[in-house]
Design a protein around this ligand. Structure first.
Ligand code: ATR
Length: 269
């Protein structure tokens, strides 16, 4: 049995053990996947102890994605761009390799919902770590344009500069937002506090999709607001499952089916 885990703090509510147990059963892979609360000031030590005890790989969640990035001996190009690591792999040589699967998880989930990104006008709300982690795959999907809008405009402007070589990307404050857009992705943590960024009423084009990287039993305030304005709405539960599937693939070389896992996870909310 090969050991994997998810590191976070707090971690007790993580859905990852359930998701990976389902993937392992489906693919016949003999793995053990647990949730581990790492100390806030010593992520590297937690990873070292885990690998010394036979751990082969791990997922990394809040607040350790940047610490995980820092400890890696090698990084995938997408992790380097993201400045964050959500997937650790222990190489045969004992070196730690870091990858991030969040962005590809978002893009696959949008595809799963039939949302096409090629040629689309995309608006991304927020400019924190969550947004930085998804920009490379979004730009790789070939949108007509991508606007990053953030409460602190300078952070969005800086992101646009960092990713300018990958496609048509601009950044600014919420005041520069003017629709219509085909896809609007909420990557702010505003929904946690039940808040909504100040947005114009004419944000959505015909057939537009509103996506929230958060999810829960009830729609987020952003998705409720978007539904009232005619957008199709999708929450981030599928992104969670898709990023897990990509991590599983990096570790085991097998791609699990995500549909049955989405459904069982939805029922647990
Ligand atoms: P994460 O890792 O989730 O991205 P983060 O790096 O702290 O966390 O970023 C949080 C994001 O949510 C930021 O874009 C933040 O805006 P600022 O950069 O201006 O702080 C945004 N955010 C948080 N609360 C918000 C609110 N009430 N309204 C609008 N944006 C908010």
């Amino acid at each position: 049995t090969d050991r994997y885990c998810v590191f976070g703090n707090p971690i007790s509510h993580s859905k990852s053990p359930m998701i990976h147990a389902a993937f392992a059963e489906q693919t016949g892979e003999d793995i053990d996947y647990t949730a581990i609360e790492a100390p806030l000031d010593d992520f590297a030590g937690a990873w070292r102890r885990f690998t010394a005890a036979g751990g082969r790989g791990a997922n990394v969640t809040v607040p350790f994605k940047e610490q995980a990035f820092s400890l890696c001996d090698t990084l995938s190009e997408r992790a380097r761009r993201a400045g964050a690591v959500n997937t650790l792999l222990l190489g045969a040589d004992g070196r730690s390799h870091g990858d991030t699967t969040d962005g590809v998880g978002l893009v696959r989930d949008l595809e799963h919902h039939g949302v096409s990104l090629a040629g689309a006008r995309i608006l991304v709300l927020g400019a924190g770590g969550a947004v930085r982690g998804v920009l490379e795959p979004l730009l790789a999907a070939g949108p007509a344009s991508l606007l990053v809008a953030n409460r602190t405009a300078a952070k969005a402007e800086a992101l646009a500069v960092d990713f300018a070589d990958l496609g048509e990307i601009r950044g600014g404050g919420f005041d520069v937002v003017s629709g219509p857009f085909d896809v609007v992705i909420n990557g702010t943590s505003a929904s946690l506090g039940g808040e909504l960024p100040p947005l114009p009423d004419d944000l959505f084009g015909t057939g537009a999709t509103a996506y929230d990287m958060m999810y829960g039993a009830e729609p987020t305030v952003f998705l409720s607001w978007a539904a009232k304005r005619g957008a199709c709405t999708v929450d981030g539960l599928g992104m969670l499952v898709e990023q897990a599937a990509e991590s599983f693939f990096q570790w085991r070389g097998k791609r699990p089916l995500t549909e049955p896992v989405r459904e069982s996870l939805r029922r647990t909310l």
